[in-house]
Design a protein around this ligand. Structure first.
Ligand code: ISL
Ligand code: CA
Length: 545
């Protein structure tokens, strides 16, 4: 049977958080020239698509997720010429690039927002300005922001309030205004014409606010029933597809928070076409209690059930265990005492499920959560806001720090560990955020030399995935296994592969009762006992018929 997959279903994506990837000019901040210098590394890793987190002009109140100018590169990262060089050099190596499209909000330093502060300006209606309640003293409604606190800020000049679902420096755009839709169409065309291959669409299911009425009071995100995945959002996405995306050979992946499988199916459906894939967050919630700052013990069975559910519910998933907003997967779902085994086990999981896998920079060498010891080392706006919110609760300072430490987005944002030197090979200067001291042994240079390193294992698996069609688009079926062991098969045209993952530190009895060939494992063949799975055992098996 002929494979009829789209190219974005055949390749592995690698997410770069530019600020922390590679600093070429020594100012402590990663940059475009740094990325260019690592294209060979990415090519050798075997990935086919690069997703770049934002590098547009920005005051960086949220590290670039607050864009002041969509048409220019922030000087901290380089120039437009650098960006064009990156696109060209990547293309020459057969690597596609997708960009982050952040259009739920702009920066408050975007020229249109500055204009909009004038009540009479034609740009007023690009944003969501309203009279406050109680004679303007209270916000227009009771909505709360993703980063804690009110979702509205008041501007003293006009006396009105503007909506921001994130920080006050990220005012929400008004998607009811056709001119806003047109603005975004033009931004998309501008970058697609420069040769990029699509977009990761930031919080795209929040863009359309159906009403601004008070929301039902909730522990988090009061008001969200008025803007999560609304009909208006579906319509807008279908419009962008028809008026722009259809003309290009590109794909979009939506960052979609709090979605149900049914909503995801519609967002990824074909009638009409909206997005190509979505990131859902349900598997990121398995170790938390209502909000992410309240952690609960990680139970592998929960993760397995959620992953299995989405495998069954969606034809094609955007697969990920990490991104720039999440703690490191090996620190979260793995185990320090079995760092090597668990990092490889998680890699096996990511690269053998059905969908397009997304690797976050550093995941391929098993980077861990940061080793910061206090709040002064944290840069993330979300962590600081939540820390302040927590101050209002009866929680000790120690406990407060513990909550931030385990959940802070900065866990993913410490510099990429290229080597064991002072700047980790990331920078010759002073890094903008602390480098994890474990870079002395967890780094690319060291792992390049070892044939059984986490890095070499990732390379091997990416290669296997590219060589074996069944691992890419074979059917997925879960196979019954003991608690904490995830087992599934992938079948295509009679070719069958079985993946066995012990997600616990316990030995597990599991009899794989057939003649089989292990084609990849994080243990050596001599450790293989068909009745016992050692801690974090991972293997891909090809049963012999
Ligand atoms: O971190 C989160 C999930 O645990 C969320 O609160 C996260 O902020 C949310 O998923 C939205 O993320 C995206 O939009 C934000 C930006 O700060 C994030 O970096 C981005 O990925 C606003 O643009
Ligand atoms: Ca730099």
């Amino acid at each position: 049977m002929k494979e009829a997959l789209n190219w974005w279903q055949e390749k592995v994506v690698y997410q770069i958080y530019p600020r922390s990837f590679c600093d070429f000019n020594g100012d402590g901040i990663g940059d475009i020239k740094g990325i260019i210098s690592k294209l060979d590394y990415l090519k050798q890793l075997g990935i086919g698509i690069i997703w770049l987190s934002p590098m547009y002009v920005s005051p960086k109140a949220d590290n670039g997720y607050d864009i002041a100018d969509y048409y220019n590169i922030d000087p901290q990262y380089g120039t437009m010429a650098d960006m064009e060089e990156l696109i060209e050099k990547a293309k020459a190596k057969g690597l596609k690039i997708i960009l982050d499209l952040v259009v739920n909000h702009t920066s408050d330093e975007h020229k249109y927002f500055i204009e909009s502060m004038d009540k009479a300006s034609p740009y007023r209606d690009y944003y969501i300005w309203r009279q406050g309640k109680r004679g303007g003293k209270a916000p227009p409604n009771n909505w709360t922001s993703f980063f804690g606190g009110k979702a509205w800020s008041k501007d003293s000049k006009s006396g009105e309030w503007y909506l921001h679902l994130f920080s006050p420096k990220q005012p929400d755009l008004n998607w009811h205004n056709p001119k806003v839709v047109q603005m975004v169409r033009e931004i998309m065309r501008f970058w697609l014409d420069k040769g990029i291959a699509g977009f990761r669409c930031d919080v795209i299911n929040l863009i359309y606010k159906t009403s601004l009425a008070d929301g039902k009071k909730r522990l988090i995100l009061t008001g969200s029933e008025h803007y999560l995945t609304q009909d208006g959002c579906h319509k807008t996405l279908a419009d962008l597809r028809q008026t722009v995306l259809n003309e290009y050979d590109c794909f979009t992946v939506g960052e979609t928070v709090f979605i149900t499988p049914m909503q995801a199916r519609k967002l990824c459906g074909t009638n009409p076409k909206e997005l190509d894939m979505v990131f859902n967050f349900e598997h990121m919630e398995v170790d938390q209690f209502i909000v992410k700052w309240f952690k609960r013990k990680f139970k592998p069975e929960k993760l397995i059930n959620v992953l299995d559910k989405w495998q069954n519910q969606l034809d094609w998933n955007a697969l990920y265990l990490e991104n720039h907003d999440q703690p490191r997967s090996v620190s979260r779902f793995g185990n320090n005492a079995y760092w090597d085994e668990s990092a490889k086990m998680l890699g096996t999981l990511l690269l053998t499920l059905r969908g397009t896998p997304y690797i976050f920079q550093g995941q391929e060498i098993g980077m861990t959560n940061f080793d910061f010891t206090d709040m002064s080392q944290i840069q993330d706006v979300e962590s600081h806001n939540i820390y302040n919110v927590l101050k209002k609760l009866p929680i000790t300072k120690r406990k407060r720090w513990k909550m931030i430490k385990r959940t802070s987005r900065d866990n993913a944002r410490t510099p990429m560990q290229w080597d064991g030197g002072a700047g980790a090979g990331f920078t010759a200067g002073t890094p903008w955020i602390g480098i994890n001291s474990n870079h002395s042994y967890i780094n690319v240079a060291a792992q390049n030399k070892l044939s059984d390193s986490v890095l070499e294992y990732y390379k091997k698996l990416i290669k296997l995935r590219s060589e074996i069609p069944a691992l890419r688009h074979g059917t997925y079926t879960r196979i019954a296994a003991p608690a904490g062991v995830y087992c599934y098969e992938r079948i295509l045209n009679g070719e069958r592969y079985i993946i066995v993952l012990n997600m616990t530190a316990k030995k597990s009895k599991f009899n794989i009762d057939f003649k089989s060939e292990i084609i990849a494992s994080n243990y050596s063949n001599k450790d293989y006992n068909k009745n016992i799975l050692l801690p974090y055992y991972a293997m891909i098996i090809k049963p012999k018929i």
